[in-house]
Design a protein around this ligand. Sequence first.
Ligand SMILES: *[C@@H]1O[C@H](CO)[C@@H](O)[C@H](O)[C@H]1NC(C)=O
Ligand SMILES: *[C@@H]1O[C@H](CO)[C@@H](O)[C@H](O)[C@H]1NC(C)=O
Ligand SMILES: *[C@@H]1O[C@H](CO)[C@@H](O)[C@H](O)[C@H]1NC(C)=O
Ligand SMILES: *[C@@H]1O[C@H](CO)[C@@H](O)[C@H](O)[C@H]1NC(C)=O
Ligand SMILES: *[C@@H]1O[C@H](CO)[C@@H](O)[C@H](O)[C@H]1NC(C)=O
Ligand SMILES: [Zn+2]
Ligand SMILES: [Zn+2]
Length: 354
Amino acid sequence: MKLSNFIATLLLLICIHSVSAFPPLFPNVNPWDAFQNLSGCHLGDRMPGLPDLKQYLHDFGYISGQSPANFSDSFDDELEAAIKTYQKNFRLNVTGALDPSTIDQMTLPRCGVPDIINGTSTMASKSSLHGRGLYTYFTGNPRWPPSQSQLTYAFTSTSTSTVSISVSTLREIFSRAFARWADATTLTFTEVENDADITIGFFSGDHGDGEPFDGVLGTLAHAFSPTDGRFHLDAAEQWVADGDVTTASSDAAIDLESVAVHEIGHLLGLGHSSVENAIMFPTIRTKTKKVDLAADDVDGIQNLYGKNPNYTGASPTTTVQQRDTSDGGGHGLGWWRGMVWRCIVVVGVGALVV
Ligand SMILES: *[C@@H]1O[C@H](CO)[C@@H](O)[C@H](O)[C@H]1NC(C)=O
Ligand SMILES: *[C@@H]1O[C@H](CO)[C@@H](O)[C@H](O)[C@H]1NC(C)=O
Ligand SMILES: *[C@@H]1O[C@H](CO)[C@@H](O)[C@H](O)[C@H]1NC(C)=O
Ligand SMILES: *[C@@H]1O[C@H](CO)[C@@H](O)[C@H](O)[C@H]1NC(C)=O
Ligand SMILES: *[C@@H]1O[C@H](CO)[C@@H](O)[C@H](O)[C@H]1NC(C)=O
Ligand SMILES: [Zn+2]
Ligand SMILES: [Zn+2]
């Protein structure tokens, strides 16, 4: 191979590599986008995409038992019942069919904690009164004992090595997120180096707890009930740590602080809520900030830990969101422009060398 060809090939490889390193050249799309193909499906239909949808409903607790490997492509009674429960939980019309609003709700990025655990903790199990009292707890109502009201948290070493967010930014974000819950209760949260009650870390794919992450979008994070203390975030997300998430260049941008406030609710013992404004609602849209506790969250946490006498009540939930339904996994124009410039520079330098 001639030297010039070699250099050209090398530069091309560098260019391709810099594109594929972060974020990827062919970015993962929302793993649940394929559900859009199932729109309109109902009892009695057969569709090749149905086993994946059954797997999804199984993962979040709507289909119990049965080895996931055995799901069939037929829309059977069990699937219809699971969809009806899902529709009740998300306060959709209970049709038992895969209507467009149900499919849209199912494709939104969400928390990995199931909505139904061991057949209990159904989100809508209680009567609904003006969007309150729909919070839930884990089975057996686990909570941190009164002797442990001064909780500590730490970031695992993987936090700083797997995502490009500075330690100081992480500290600010989590300090604000914990403060939301501390303000409403008499719990306190302090960051420590070691032996923390709560450990926070970013992980990719299968990370050893049987709850593998799925890349961009899909599940975003999960946390364990008291007094486990593990809080895991999917390192593959397009996390927005500072700046305005609503104007982020990536269409897959997810606000880190919003997800942190939600997962801390689980760490303290809250399950999912059917109230869309509640922090404990299972899904969050891309490019959306949602960090204020709603009345439902406050009722839930105060029934578990008591009130902070100084707390002035839940602020009205401010949900700034992009009303666009295309929550795809693409990259914004800014990102592509940056990539094109990087390639032009690499190729330009290469031309000079050759
Ligand atoms: C949706 O269905 C169309 C036509 O059947 C198919 O070409 C496409 O690959 C499907 N998309 C997904 C994501 O499964
Ligand atoms: C599920 O499928 C596996 C093999 O894929 C088989 O060994 C198992 O017996 C099946 N289980 C049921 C309940 O059909
Ligand atoms: C529920 O059904 C009513 C009446 O058919 C309809 O107007 C409404 O848009 C539906 N809501 C959703 C979320 O699909
Ligand atoms: C579910 O129930 C089984 C058997 O009762 C128990 O061993 C398991 O820990 C429970 N799982 C959860 C997440 O509560
Ligand atoms: C409530 O406010 C008072 C006065 O600022 C303070 O001394 C007290 O510690 C606060 N109580 C709690 C539980 O935060
Ligand atoms: Zn959750
Ligand atoms: Zn995990």
